[in-house]
Design a protein around this ligand. Structure first.
Ligand code: ZN
Length: 241
């Protein structure tokens, strides 16, 4: 089997303007995630950031990408609509997309969901317990029945998304809320995974279980060599009558 070509995309702003974020992710959140993925023999990794020409997401780059990982927060509005159109088309054509944490409000995720993608939030560093509720799903590979993030930003329901095609992870927070934290969607030939953890001022992308979920999601979201569907008016395959 060939390698999966993964592109880790980050708006890469917090790390350059907020010292507290740079201390945790000195080379950027994208490099922390990419460093882990590079240790996987079946994954080939590159990175791109918002301030590169075309946000590092040219037609050629996207054509060579099997799975795109997206982290954005403070600059969603700076992502050009032309690039969003391009990413959207690639997903419909079969590219996998993994949207992390605050990417719930990214243009591309909202486009793919067709809803506001709004949620409740609170930033007091409370505990989160993430339950694996679909243990037979590929994204659950190697995970315990639940794992905990000791200090996190809370995201609470209602999360205004369409019902996921598969729901793998469910979060509980010390303050009482719950949240659908690992959501799978099929769009066209492509697969989309939303994964909640990952606030920029907390070392969440250094945690083993979180990196395991991202790695599993890459393998799940990778395109498969399925048939190319055809559409429109057709003749019957068998004689009828
Ligand atoms: Zn956050």
């Amino acid at each position: 089997m060939g390698q999966i070509n993964v592109l880790v995309w980050n708006e890469f702003r917090h790390e350059r303007v907020h010292e507290a974020v740079a201390r945790i992710y000195p080379r950027g959140i994208h490099e922390t995630i990419a460093t882990h993925l590079r240790q996987q023999p079946d994954i080939r990794v590159s990175t791109a950031t918002l301030d590169e020409p075309e946000h590092g997401l040219s037609q050629q780059v996207l054509a060579a990408t099997d799975v795109l990982i997206w982290w954005g927060h403070m600059a969603h509005h700076e992502v050009s609509d032309a690039v969003v159109d391009r990413v959207h088309q690639r997903v419909l054509d079969g590219m996998g997309l993994i949207c992390l944490h605050s990417a719930h409000y990214s243009k591309i995720f909202r486009r793919l969901m067709g809803t506001t993608c709004s949620l409740k939030w609170r930033e007091i560093g409370e505990k989160e317990r993430i339950w694996v509720i679909e243990p037979g799903h590929p994204i659950a590979t190697g995970l315990p029945e639940y794992f905990e993030i000791p200090h996190t930003e809370m995201y609470g329901e209602r999360f205004d998304i369409p019902a996921p095609d598969e729901l793998v992870l469910l979060s509980w927070f010390a303050g009482g809320e719950v949240f659908r934290s690992g959501c799978c969607f099929y769009r066209g030939r492509g697969k989309v995974f939303y994964f909640r953890p990952g606030h920029e001022t907390l070392p969440i992308y250094h945690q083993a279980e979180v990196l395991q979920v991202i790695t599993n999601a890459v393998r799940w979201a990778a395109p498969v060599a399925g048939p190319t569907p055809t559409f429109g008016n057709v003749q019957p395959l068998e004689p009828i009558g």
